[in-house]
Design a protein around this ligand. Structure first.
Ligand SMILES: Nc1ncnc2c1ncn2[C@@H]1O[C@H](COP(=O)(O)OP(=O)(O)OP(=O)(O)O)[C@@H](O)[C@H]1O
Length: 275
């Protein structure tokens, strides 16, 4: 691994409380994201993984608690400082992130024009570089999202999340809807890019294969907080019914077995079939 985690905290969440009316989602939630790590965030449906992601990126102001990013507390930033902070984030949301009416090159150029104030020509040139970084061939630059496979769309959405060279990538279920081969190719791509570029990753996922293949640490959300955040080995031995069912049920055992049979870090992202 070129950029091993250096145990420096880039995001620190303390005492987070999130509520929707009388429905409480998080109570006194604590979490850290370390520099250069891929942190998997798992938990049963509705435990608040996406709400946590949205709070950290500033889309859902918490009801209580502190969120510090690169040592600065989000709530204390001016709107200008917040905009600068947001440029250090790349977000890939669960429900595809591309505009269907413009081609891939234009989709990826958009944040570069809006936030980095590049000329259209420069932004589109950089967009083509980002597309090649995620393993998409040059001709896809002019294609529209509707004409691409699910795996290609995920790669293009990743290219867009990486448009501004973020320090932290937030990925919400990036392999959802992909077949196992496409999902494994995405996992390898993510690892390769993290190793090459050194960003930190907050990865919400239900995909056990992805956890085993990519994550340095895993945080489990349950009982409205982070029940445990540690290496997979340690998390998997935590005494909790949901954790035991999740990691030691048939799918957990299969994922563990699959990863023990292959090298974890590969030097280049394999391309999935581009149907
Ligand atoms: N805008 C909202 N208004 C009201 N309730 C919301 C809103 N957004 C989320 N919630 C509620 O917050 C809870 C947590 O939702 P969230 O989407 O974070 O769960 P999740 O852990 O990501 O679930 P899943 O794994 O199914 O995607 C759910 O009960 C959801 O209904």
């Amino acid at each position: 691994m070129v950029n091993a985690p250096r145990h420096e905290t880039v995001i620190r969440v303390r005492g987070l409380v999130n509520r929707f009316g009388s429905h409480s989602v998080h109570e006194a939630l604590d979490l850290e994201l370390l520099r250069g790590e891929i942190l998997g965030v798992v938990g049963g449906s509705g435990t608040g993984k996406s709400v946590l992601l949205r709070s950290i990126v500033g889309l859902k102001p918490p009801d209580e608690g502190r969120i510090e990013v690169f040592g600065q507390e989000l709530a204390h930033l001016s709107s200008r400082e917040r905009a600068q902070m947001e440029r250090r984030f790349g977000v890939l949301f669960q429900q595809g992130a591309l505009f269907s009416s413009i081609n891939l090159q234009e989709n990826i150029a958009l944040p570069l024009i809006e936030h980095a104030r590049l000329s259209r020509a420069d932004a589109e040139h950089l967009a083509r570089i980002k597309l090649s970084l995620v393993g998409l061939p040059p001709q896809t630059a002019l294609q529209f999202p509707d004409s691409l496979s699910g795996g290609m769309i995920k790669r293009a959405a990743l290219a867009r999340a990486m448009a501004l060279d973020p320090d932290v990538l937030f990925l919400d279920e990036p392999t959802a809807g992909l077949d196992p081969i496409g999902a494994a190719a995405f996992d390898r791509l993510l690892l390769t890019l993290r190793d090459a570029l050194g960003f930190s990753v907050f990865l919400v996922t239900h995909d056990l294969d992805t956890l085993y293949a990519t994550c340095d640490r895993v945080a489990v959300l349950a009982q409205k907080r982070v029940l445990v955040a540690d290496t997979l080995d340690k998390v998997a031995t935590t005494e909790d019914e949901w954790i035991q069912d999740y990691f030691h049920g048939p799918r957990g055992r299969a994922a563990q077995q699959a990863v023990s049979q292959q090298p974890r870090h590969l030097s280049s992202p394999d391309q999935e079939p581009q149907s």
